[in-house]
Write a protein that binds this ligand. Structure first.
Ligand code: AMP
Length: 284
């Protein structure tokens, strides 16, 4: 496994590989790797000759400096995990490789980056789009792999690829969950034992709401039930939303279950968690 922290040596390596017509898959991460990340890596390995995993905690996507500070960093364990997963290349740049001192570029995706996560984390998707654009330019992958776990992020990146004409295919991989249903996340390691138990409420509420929506219960009423259940469990609900899977337009009722998705965000202790569930298909 090759480990690069600078662009030049990585480009030289990629140029050699491309001359053998090898296809390249990119899996962008912020490290603190878990089985969810590994599933993206495996998807890339199935479809490409070379798989690159980038590990970079991108400061411009954190609207809260305390959150950036507390974000888990476990580079040695990550590299070990990537070796075991037979990743070909790890790219772990530092801030000066990724940003110039005068970096000011911003992205605006209209409504898409103002709702849901965008409302609670202003500027977040501008930072995501910026770092992902940089990685796409540096690596020039044939395919890039992202998780459904960050569904709005996938929609933003799809728009980015369309607008900037990046010549690559995007793959959205299913959510990998813990045995009790909690979506795997690097942030889960910051939960204490009691918070970890309470955190499963996000997934439980998504499933209950999905089942009741499919039985015809009205969404506004279901949202109230979820809010009060979160309250009783000392979980601070930020949003529970129903949206169109393609456009992410927010909905009040389900016209076509195959196009609908439920999204949730909540704080358990001081850890912010997100999750989502399609109303039909990929039932997990
Ligand atoms: P992160 O390191 O949190 O920025 O995540 C890197 C990539 O892994 C993103 O595309 C995430 O959507 C994806 N990811 C995170 N958690 C999971 C999970 N539980 N299952 C599948 N993919 C995930």
């Amino acid at each position: 496994m090759h480990i690069f922290s600078e662009i030049g040596p990585m480009n030289a390596y990629l140029k050699r590989e491309r001359s053998n017509l090898s296809t390249v898959g990119l899996v962008p991460t912020m490290g603190a790797l878990h089985a969810g990340h590994v599933s993206l890596l495996q998807a890339s390995k199935r479809e490409n000759a070379i798989t690159i995993c980038s590990i970079y905690v991108n400061p411009t996507q954190f609207n809260d400096p305390a959150d950036l500070e507390k974000y888990p960093r476990t580079l040695e364990t990550d590299i070990q995990m990537l070796r075991e997963a037979e990743c070909n290349v790890v790219f772990c740049p530092d801030n000066s490789t990724m940003y110039s001192a005068v970096s000011q570029l911003k992205f605006d995706f209209g409504a898409l980056d103002k709702i849901l996560e965008g409302e609670f984390r202003p500027g977040h998707y501008s930072g995501v789009a910026l770092v992902v654009s940089k990685l796409f330019n540096m690596v020039q992958p044939d395919r890039a792999y992202f998780g459904q776990k960050d569904f709005q992020q996938f929609r933003v990146i799809s728009r980015l690829v369309e607008e900037l004409k990046f010549d690559l295919s995007l793959v959205c991989a299913p959510i990998v969950r813990e045995a009790d249903g909690l979506a795997m996340s690097s942030r889960n390691m910051r939960l204490n034992a009691a918070e970890r138990k309470r955190a499963v409420i996000l997934y439980q509420n998504l499933k209950q709401t999905r089942d009741r929506l499919l039985q015809g219960d009205p969404f506004p009423q279901l949202r109230k039930t979820v809010a009060s259940q979160c309250d009783q469990n000392n979980v601070k609900l930020e949003y529970l939303a129903l949206a169109d899977r393609e456009t992410l337009t927010l909905l009040d009722d389900v016209a076509d279950p195959s196009r609908a998705i439920l999204l949730i965000a909540a704080q358990v202790g001081d850890v912010r968690l997100i999750d989502n569930l399609y109303l039909t298909e990929n039932r997990n």
